[in-house]
Design a protein around this ligand. Sequence first.
Ligand code: PXP
Length: 239
Amino acid sequence: MPALGVNIDHVATVRQARRTIEPDPVWAAVLAELGGADGITLHLREDRRHIQERDLRVLRETVQVKLNLEMAADEEVTRIALDVRPDQATLVPERREEITTEGGLDVIAQRDRIAACVERLKAAGIEVSLFVDPVGDQIEAARDLQADAVELHTGRYAEARTATERLTELQTLKRAAKVALDLGLMLHMGHGLTYRNVRPVAAIPGVSELNIGHSIVARAIMVGFEQAVREMKRLVENP
Ligand code: PXP
């Protein structure tokens, strides 16, 4: 049974829409832990569009489960990671214009840059996972760089339009999973997983961590909206 890493980025997205103090991802992390999260995942993006450095630093103090920092392999965030020391760093590609992380890392093309980053993080005792597409060569390159884990990108599976397409993408994930496990890597998966599509992925043999964000935040808004309105209504009715 895989561990559940809850990505709280989009709690911060709502806060940043107003540049205010709520909702605080630190509160969300506490609630996620109460709900059974095995890890808290956050992405400190270069453009700081959601998570801020303050969030990472406070979460390092408060989170009791695994703290997983998604980050680009660049100098500024690497220095922050080395200072804050999350339990795990997941290296992801990052482009300013993208809405979310669109593809896996090209570990082969960016080998030297990623290798240097992996080495520094590992030397500081931080476990390193590389977010890659479910492609054998990329997984092998991750192993060559001595990553501890790969996180296989489940986006294509999540975006499949037909049952046949979904099955094909699931088979691709299963094949890639076997490659990773045979190479001795820890196996994580994530991106685009929802309440509807998660179960076949959670059932893939050997997968030890799933990182899920958007769908959980979206659900939280919906399951909490009615109560939130009731509470405001009570105040309005009792001025
Ligand atoms: N894993 C990685 C590496 C990601 O970049 C993201 C998105 O930040 C996720 C998992 C979570 O994806 P989603 O928000 O679609 O659940």
